[in-house]
Design a binder for this molecule. Structure first.
Ligand code: KIV
Length: 260
């Protein structure tokens, strides 16, 4: 098991695991100083490419962004989302996960659960590929964004799913939009760490989409705390630039090269 994975496992019941998403080098370089895990999420489909959902993002596009992210990372664990359709069966999943690792030198992959594909996880893990699971609201398989595990029966189903993901060999599991009670039951039950998004403090770590928490994406459900309002800052800067260009205030002597 690679050292970086062992470090994540050791944090269970000791210290919280900090995760964020990145799609490019400059962002990854900043995140790397403060994060344990950086995820190249297929959320780039919505956030960067303006798609309605994550279904059309390709393995190639994810690989290219990961190559950029990798250049900004020194210490964090780099996990990459397997895009929709890239793991329909064990054979294709293994081929594509190996390709992602070969192209990007990432540390592992994330696979969304459809409550059936546990054999995909075990196939990848048996091929020495670290896997992060993902349950609850899983955009690749569920159309509607809603709270998950909000009845006793649904919470028990999620716990069963999480146990099977752990049994298949995943090293951690994302819990998306679970009720605090469901998240607590799973976090207390599993030996592997849980990473929450919209699933309360009852998780071993937290993840957010970086563009959301920086106030850039326009997608701000209740669980997205905005730590910055970059859209406003960018708008201010662009407005000023536009005005200075129009009024011939930019560039000044300081901004071009005089003959020597
Ligand atoms: O694609 C993504 O960014 C994700 C996180 C929200 C967990 O899967």
């Amino acid at each position: 098991m690679i050292f970086k994975i062992r470090k994540i496992l050791n944090k269970k019941n000791r210290s919280k695991i900090v995760c964020l998403t990145a799609y490019s080098k400059n962002t990854a370089k900043i995140l790397d100083r403060y994060c344990d895990i950086i995820l190249v999420g297929d959320s780039m489909a919505n956030v960067l490419y303006g798609h309605k959902n994550t279904s059309k993002i390709t393995l190639n596009t994810i690989a290219q962004h990961t190559q950029s992210v990798k250049k900004g990372i020194q210490k964090s664990l780099l996990i990459v989302d397997m895009p929709k359709g890239s793991y329909p069966n064990k054979k294709i999943a293994k081929k594509n996960a190996k390709l992602l690792i070969k192209l990007t030198k990432c540390d592992g992959v994330k696979v969304e659960s459809n409550n059936k594909n546990f054999n995909i996880i075990s196939e990848l893990v048996n091929s020495q590929i670290p896997v992060m699971g993902h349950i609850g609201y899983t955009p690749q398989f569920k159309k509607k964004f809603k709270v998950e595990g909000n009845t006793k029966k649904k919470a028990e189903k999620l716990l069963k799913e999480a146990r099977l993901i752990e049994k298949a060999g995943a090293f951690s599991i994302v819990l998306e939009c679970l009720t605090p009670k469901a998240a607590k039951a799973i976090t207390n039950d599993l030996d592997i760490p849980t990473i929450g998004i919209g699933s309360s403090l009852n998780c071993d770590g937290q993840i957010l989409v970086t563009d959301d928490m920086l106030g850039m994406s326009g997608f701000y459900p209740k669980f997205v705390k905005r730590y910055a309002y970059l859209n406003t800052n960018i708008e201010k800067a662009v407005k000023k630039y536009s005005s200075e260009v129009k009024k011939s205030k930019f560039p000044t002597n300081k901004n071009f090269f005089n003959e020597s």
